[in-house]
Design a protein around this ligand. Structure first.
Ligand SMILES: [Zn+2]
Length: 409
């Protein structure tokens, strides 16, 4: 098998099948934590007898385990049921443009081991995923687990993904990865794993939904501002990907028909106007024009400027830097107002590397959004920084893997 090119390997995914009611039990426990048979019967609106039968079979199949006693509602204290953490292990992989974050988790989604380091997506994908697999092997070795213990892998990549085959379509950052069979490559090293691949912004939204600001919210947007701008959409508690996986690519919404040419070929996209590189370039222009002493000094010292430098200047009260950040926030907020009018989310969470450059950006985004969106759509709207930061991706990868482990009959 090792000599075959990866494309020719038969793609026969391992499957753990669940009846619809069994799947509902798993989902309920993932959302609420350990539940008793009575809780499950009430929540799922099935008779206590059917739930008891199903739960018995799921305990025999090692999917569920008894997890101690819950609170009594008068009589005997009920036994709580939880997912068996040792049914199998899952891996979350967050591929950034310049970083790689990998975590091994148990079946309850608890992170056991983690590795973070630099990464480079400009090279060949088979070399890259060999390295990913080596890192996973290392994490497994720390726990004395074999490769076959991995039953699910969730991968987030910085580019547009066609979700079902799990391949990148015209990824601007990594042209060599176009159409590359990531799932098959990883399955060669982890034959018991089902692999899911998604866009990095979608898995960050999933991470915030599971463990961050989006907990308990069914409809929200997660906007990542970094080198580019993208949006993950949680709709009715699940990632909304659209017909082909392209939903949420808001960075290429036009904000200026006469603006600079974006790498997508169009003019004046939000991303080319307002993301990290635009903030940095404007900072440089202002420094060179003698309009910012702070930025001129930083430029002289380091030879280059980033969005973070502009954020530092703004924090020090530099007027030009404040203007740059407000302008960027206004453009992002203008687009967000349109999205809020269209989608009416409960919340918009702002994340990504540029989100951390200071409060000026968030307040400009908030102002522009609230000013332009309709009163009804903003009545309960929260616009906040996403709390998980860089961890959102790898946590979302784990939950993507966990969701994909079972196939519902
Ligand atoms: Zn564009």
């Amino acid at each position: 098998m090792a000599d075959l090119p990866v494309e020719t390997i038969q793609f026969d995914e391992p499957t753990l099948m669940l009846e619809p009611l069994e799947a509902a039990v798993v989902t309920a426990i993932r959302r609420q934590g350990p539940l008793s048979r009575t809780d499950l019967s009430e929540r799922l609106d099935y008779s206590r007898a059917s739930v008891t039968g199903i739960v018995g079979r799921m305990i025999d199949a090692r999917v569920l385990t008894e997890a101690g006693e819950g609170k009594s509602a008068g009589g005997r204290r009920p036994f709580l049921l939880d997912l068996n953490p040792h049914l199998g292990y899952v891996v979350g992989v967050d591929v950034g443009a310049t970083s790689l974050d990998v975590a091994l988790a148990d079946f309850r989604g608890q992170i056991l081991e983690r590795a973070t380091g630099p990464g480079d997506v400009r090279g060949r994908p088979d070399d890259f995923f060999d390295r990913v697999a080596d890192v996973v092997d290392e994490l497994l070795a720390r726990r004395g687990l074999p490769a076959t213990a991995v039953i699910g892998i969730g991968v987030g990549v910085p580019g547009p993904v066609e979700f079902v085959p799990g391949v990148l379509i015209a990824p601007p950052l990594m042209p060599l990865w176009e159409g590359y069979p990531i799932k098959q490559h990883l399955r060669r090293r982890f034959p018991a794993a089902r692999v899911a691949v998604d866009n990095d912004v979608n898995i960050m939204a999933r991470g915030e939904h599971q463990a961050g600001a989006g907990r308990g919210l069914d409809n929200f947007l997660f906007v990542k501002i970094g080198t580019g701008i993208g949006c993950g959409i949680i709709s009715h508690g699940e990632i909304y990907r659209g017909a082909d996986g392209a939903a949420g690519d808001v960075g290429h919404i036009c904000v200026d028909y006469n603006g600079p040419v974006c790498h997508c070929g169009n003019q004046g996209c939000l991303e080319i106007m307002a993301a990290g590189p635009a903030i940095a370039a404007e900072g440089r222009a202002r420094a060179e024009a003698g309009e910012s002493q702070f930025l001129a000094a930083r430029l002289a010292e380091r030879g280059t400027l980033t969005a973070v430098d502009v954020g530092d200047a703004a924090a020090a009260g530099d007027r030009a830097a404040l203007e740059i950040i407000r302008r960027s926030g206004r453009m992002i907020g203008g687009v967000l107002a349109t999205l809020v009018n269209f989608y009416n989310p409960q919340a918009v969470f702002i994340g990504g590397g540029v989100a951390g450059i200071g409060h000026g950006l968030l307040s400009a985004i908030r102002q522009a959004t609230l000013r332009r969106a309709t009163a009804l759509s903003t009545r309960h709207l929260r616009i906040e920084y996403a709390p998980l930061g860089e961890d959102a991706g790898v946590i979302g990868g784990i939950w993507l893997a966990l969701e994909n482990v079972f196939v519902v009959k």
